[in-house]
Design a protein around this ligand. Structure first.
Ligand SMILES: NC(=O)C1=CN([C@@H]2O[C@H](COP(=O)(O)OP(=O)(O)OC[C@H]3O[C@@H](n4cnc5c(N)ncnc54)[C@H](OP(=O)(O)O)[C@@H]3O)[C@@H](O)[C@H]2O)C=CC1
Ligand SMILES: CC(C)(CO)C(=O)C(=O)O
Length: 306
């Protein structure tokens, strides 16, 4: 497959390198700063699932340099989504489908409105990855999962091709028959996990030691389930209980990418995740007091810098 990685940061560079390792043509479509870094430092994965150095990363700084792309792997942060739309339009016009792995849900309707429903697949990722000072990927989890599926019947074939590409690569790829439900499950989970860890500024172990604090995570899970149901996605109390058990099972130091970003003083995706949930709640008259409180607590750190 010919895959364009738009957002060659931790996730984009990681999965792009894995597909390239398996023999696929991967083009990193990047802005000038990242282009310079990739040219100077190259691209390496320091990974719990096997290190890898991309022999010659392919870099583009404009969609005009890219012919006949099959797929765009979209892995920018929520607050950078609008900045990618012009390039996405050009790539979609060249026939590419877009596979977004952003946490959250709001980006899907934005992308569908901009590019048309046929252009946008559903997708999500479970991984813990970050970039080091050289722009190399540090992947610390033993999971490196991609889940994707069609949001429009015309996308079945490209999803099957993608499933094959994933099978050939050192990663776990799953073609889901119900990707919307999977995305909502992850949205529910990540709203609670990133919300509580970023708001309290502690990893999950510290939060679990205070039942009063841990309970807030359960309340957020429940509100997110209600939100999903109000949007016609069949999440249940059992899904909430499973997600809460998953949090309970995490090691002491386990934390969310949003909390890691807060620790590093990087911008936070709170508007895309919790702000987006509140807007979706407003649209169906759903009150979400725990989510609203978490949102208010994280908001001051959204863009702070050291
Ligand atoms: N990291 C993780 O472990 C996980 C992350 N996620 C989700 O995946 C998404 C991506 O996260 P992550 O990989 O950590 O983010 P990173 O910040 O590491 O990478 C995002 C990349 O997007 C690039 N970018 C931003 N705007 C543009 C643009 N207009 N054109 C080209 N490139 C652009 C940035 O490059 P530049 O240098 O130019 O700013 C940056 O390299 C987020 O929604 C996150 O929530 C989900 C699961 C786990
Ligand atoms: C929950 C986790 C670590 C799984 O990928 C994640 O998505 C995040 O922290 O952003």
């Amino acid at each position: 497959m010919k895959i364009v990685v738009l957002g060659a940061g931790a996730l984009g560079a990681y999965f792009g390198a894995r597909w390239q390792e398996a023999g696929h043509e991967v083009i990193n479509l990047v802005r000038d700063g990242r282009a310079e870094q990739l040219e100077e430092q190259g691209l390496q994965l320091h990974s719990a699932m096997g290190d890898y150095t991309v022999p010659e990363p392919i870099i583009a700084t404009s969609p005009e340099q890219i012919e006949e792309p099959n797929l765009v792997f979209l892995a920018v942060k929520g607050y950078h989504l609008h900045g990618t739309l012009e390039w996405l339009h050009q790539l979609a016009q060249k026939g590419a489908k877009v596979f977004p792995v952003l946490n959250g849900m709001e980006h899907i309707s934005i992308l569908q409105k901009e590019l048309g429903e046929e252009a946008v697949l559903g997708g999500l990722s479970y991984i813990i990855a970050t970039l080091d000072d050289q722009g190399h990927v540090v992947h610390t989890s033993e999971f490196h999962d991609l889940v994707f599926g069609p949001l429009h019947p015309s996308q079945q074939q490209i999803c099957e091709e993608l499933a094959l590409a994933c099978n050939q690569a050192n990663l776990n790829g799953t073609l889901s028959p119900n990707i919307l439900e999977d995305m909502w499950k992850k949205y529910m989970f990540i709203s609670a996990f990133s919300g509580i860890t970023a708001a309290v500024n502690q990893p999950i172990g510290a939060i679990k030691s205070y039942p009063q604090t841990f309970r807030i995570a359960e309340r957020v899970l429940d509100e997110m389930k209600q939100l999903a149901v109000a949007h016609k996605i069949e999440l249940t109390d059992e899904h909430v209980a499973n997600a809460f058990e998953r949090l309970r099972g995490f090691d002491y130091d386990m934390t969310s990418s949003m909390h890691q970003d807060r620790r590093k003083g990087l911008p936070l995706e709170v508007e895309h995740l919790h702000g987006g949930a509140l807007r979706l709640g407003n649209a169906v008259n759903l009150s979400m007091p725990y989510t609203e409180t978490i949102y208010g607590m994280i908001k001051p750190y959204e863009a702070y810098e050291h």
